[in-house]
Structure formats: C-alpha cells, structure tokens
Write a protein that binds this ligand. Structure first.
Ligand code: NAP
Ligand code: MG
Length: 406
C-alpha cells in the first residue's frame, strides 16, 4: 500500500510504550496490523521502566499531559516497580505506578470490559453481552486509618472545622475489652467525577448504567454516593431516554443477584472495594485475564486505552531464554482499536472507525476459527480444529485475516 492509499488518522495519537512481553507484542502489532494501513502522526512516550528511571519519571507526566492535549492515548502494559524490580533494573527509586500517575493527572475512572468470542463461553451461561465494571478508584478502605485497642475505652469520631467552628463528635463504641476501629472517607468532588465518568462511558457504549451501594445500612456515607449519582443523572436523563437507555440504582445485594441473572450489556458502577472484588469475579467468569480491556475515562473528556493485564513477565523470561511463547495479544490489539475508534468518532473520520471494527473482527475470527494462544485453548469449547500457536504466528494469522477484509 502506498502512503496515499493509507487511511489517514486526522489527529495525533498519544502512544505509550511499555515493558517485557507486552513491549515485544506491541511492536509486532504496530508493524503487522497498523502501520501497513494507517497514516498516523504519533506522539510517542517510552514508558519502559529504564526510561522512566532515566527521566526521573518525567516521561510519564509528559505522556499524561499529551493525552490532555490530544484527547486519546493508547498504552502498553508497564512494570510497577517493587523492591525486586529496583534491583533487576538498577533503578534510582521505586517509582509510582504509571497508571496511578496518569489516573491522578487526568482524574479518571477505569472501566474494564471483557472481549467475547463465540467459542469461549462465560461460566455464567446467561451472559451474552459484556458486563463492564466501573470502579471508583479513590478513598474508602484503601486510604483508611485503623486501630487495634487492647483495653476497655471509648472510640469516637471527631470532625474539627478548619475555621474554628463547632467540633462534631459521635461515639463509635464503648469498648468493654479489646477490639478494632476503622475510619475512612470520600469527597464530594471525587464521587461527582466518578459519577460523571460513568454516565459519559455508559452513553458512549450505549449500555444501561447500574449503580449499587449499601445505602440502607450506611445512611450517610453510601447514601451520599446514591444522591450524587441521582444529581448527575439529571444532566443525562433526556439523552438517556432518547437513546432508550436506563439509569438504575439498587442495593448492592440486589444488584449482585440481578447481574447473575442478566444477559449482560450493562455498565455496573461500583464503589472502590466492591469494584475491586467484582471486577475479578467478572474477569475470571469470562475465561481469561488476557481477554479484558481497560479504559480510563476522564470527566473532562480524555480517554486512555490499555489491556487490563500486566507485562506477562514469566513469558518474557522464556522469550529471553529463546524458548517458544504463546502469549495472547488480543487485549493489546483492542487497546489500539478502542483508541482508534474513539479518535475516529471525535474526528468524524468513518474510515478510521471502520478500520478499527475490521481489525477487531479479524482478531475475533482468528480465535473463532480455532487458532489460539495457550491461555485460550484451555478455556475454549473442545473442537478438533483448535490449535495452539506461538505469539508471533497468532499475530500473523490475524494480519492475514485483516488483509482479506480490506
Ligand atoms: P500479568 O502480567 O497480568 O500476568 C499474570 C499471568 O496471567 C501470566 O503469568 C499469564 O499466566 C497470564 N497472562 C496475563 N496476560 C496474558 C496474555 N496476554 N497472554 C497469556 N497469558 C497471560 O501479571 P503479573 O505477572 O502479576 O505482573 C507482571 C508485571 O506487570 C508486574 O511488574 C506488574 O507491575 C505489571 N502490571 C502492569 C499492569 C498495567 O500496566 N496495566 C497491570 C498489571 C500488572 P501463565 O504464566 O500461567 O501463562
Ligand atoms: Mg482485585
């Protein structure tokens, strides 16, 4: 294909490269599936852990600011340094998770959506359409204060206004013996921005939005979440009604029961702890962690797409040892297609949206034709035509299927 036949992506794409096995696949995906067909301007940030170290993590902040400039970013998986990684890569510092840095810069909510193929059935047989989980990633038990007390006494909750106003005090418990106490918080600003991101993403995906808390028990804390969501819904009600969509608030117990009986096709918004627990349930019920996409949606209209999985470290060490690998690139491919589709929608370029759709079809058809990586083979319906292929061959078959569609 010559340059003039290629599909032009109008606005610059922010690309964030990553680490280990996903870095290897990322390069293949670009070279075999994207560059042959797309004429793109890329603003490239190398988030390889050594480059983050070299730039004192400035490169991560620069990438986040580039997403704010252009609107859409696509990210490879990256190492979050721990003590082992500091040694392995001889790092100056145990840098923060790039995802946490980007999330706090863009003020976003993360949505996780399973990628569904016909020959891998979710363990819940009623689920036909994806269940997207939106998790509030701020506050509650994740930034709590807790105490063990080993004698009788009084535990109190105290709030002291900064302007010297009247102190508020409530007794938590008169302890007769040893026990435990926990204090946690959230802020109206954070809850409101979570609500905004959920309504924005549900509308973008044209799925109903469900939100659930334990507001019957937690009459102030969880009820505040419910009320802020109800307030935000006022800004969306007519749009939702016109699109035939619903916003539905219910008690979390009821939501769990309903989700199990639903056909899917919903965005389930959850508080921090509920989202942590439920997203892993949804992911594993869908078969493979490698079939889950993740998108960060900022209430200010920025989008960042990535795979939900990590850098697949174990496979990378095999690769370095010249052993054969069979690593699944589908979620990385869907990070690109998700970002390209959003770019096409924002730019009004239908051919870019069309290309993203065809690349997704090519990837899904590959798996549905029985060509699979090892993680999929073990969860797919048994079929004599199923065959396990290596990391690169998998991408080559997708490339061939894609070529036949264009
Ligand atoms: P991981 O990379 O998600 O891999 C965990 C295991 O899941 C793998 O060993 C593999 O199982 C399976 N797996 C995950 N993705 C796969 C794929 N595409 N194809 C086939 N199998 C896949 O998690 P981790 O090993 O705990 O973390 C490795 C590094 O990733 C860490 O440094 C962590 O900080 C980072 N991380 C980054 C992100 C991100 O950037 N968003 C997210 C999570 C973790 P088998 O070994 O059984 O084949
Ligand atoms: Mg979890």
């Amino acid at each position: 294909m010559t340059l003039k036949d290629k599909i032009k992506v109008k606005t610059t794409i922010v690309e964030m490269d990553g680490d280990e096995m996903t870095r290897i696949m990322w390069k293949m995906v670009k070279e075999k599936l994207l560059f042959p067909y797309l004429d793109m301007d890329i603003d490239y940030y190398d988030l390889h852990v050594s480059n983050r170290d070299k730039t004192d993590d400035q490169v991560t902040l620069d990438a986040a600011h580039a997403i704010m400039k252009y609107g859409v970013g696509i990210k490879c998986a990256t190492i979050t340094p721990n003590a082992d990684r500091v040694k392995e890569y001889n790092l100056k510092h145990m840098w923060k998770s790039p995802n946490a840095t980007i999330r706090s810069t863009l003020d976003g909510t993360v949505f996780r959506k399973p990628i569904i193929v016909k020959n891998i059935k979710p363990f819940v047989s009623k689920w036909e359409k994806p269940i997207i989980v939106g998790r509030h990633a701020y506050g509650d038990v994740y930034s709590n204060t807790e105490m063990y007390v080993d004698e009788p006494g009084t535990a109190e909750l105290t709030f002291t206004p900064s302007d010297g106003g009247e102190v508020q005090k409530e007794v938590i418990k008169e302890f007769a013996g040893p026990g435990i106490i926990q204090g946690m918080h959230n802020t109206d600003d954070s809850i409101r921005s979570f609500a905004k991101a959920c309504f924005t993403y549900a509308y973008d995906q044209k799925v109903d939005l469900w939100f659930s808390t334990k507001d019957t028990i937690s009459k102030t804390y969880d009820a505040r979440f419910r009320d802020i969501f109800a307030g935000e819904y006022k800004n969306w009600e007519s749009k939702f009604t016109d699109a035939g969509m619903e916003y539905f608030f219910t008690l979390i117990d009821d939501a769990v029961a309903r989700v199990m009986r639903s056909e899917g096709g919903i965005l389930w918004a959850l508080k921090n702890y509920d989202g942590d627990v439920m997203s892993d349930m949804i992911a594993s019920a869908n078969g493979s962690f490698a079939m889950m996409t993740s998108v960060l949606v900022s209430p200010r209209g920025y989008f960042e797409y990535e795979a939900a999985h990590g850098t697949v470290q174990k496979h990378y060490y095999k690769h370095l040892n010249n052993e054969a690998t069979s690593t699944n690139s589908i979620a990385l491919i869907f990070a690109w297609t998700g970002g390209l589709r959003k770019r096409g929608e924002l730019d009004g370029t239908e051919d870019v949206v069309g290309f993203a759709n065809k690349l997704e079809e090519a990837a899904l058809e590959t798996v549905e034709s029985g060509v699979m990586t090892g993680d999929l083979l073990v969860v797919a319906e048994k079929d004599p035509k199923n065959r396990k292929v290596g990391t690169e061959e998998f991408i080559d078959v997708i490339a061939n299927n894609l070529k036949n569609k264009l």
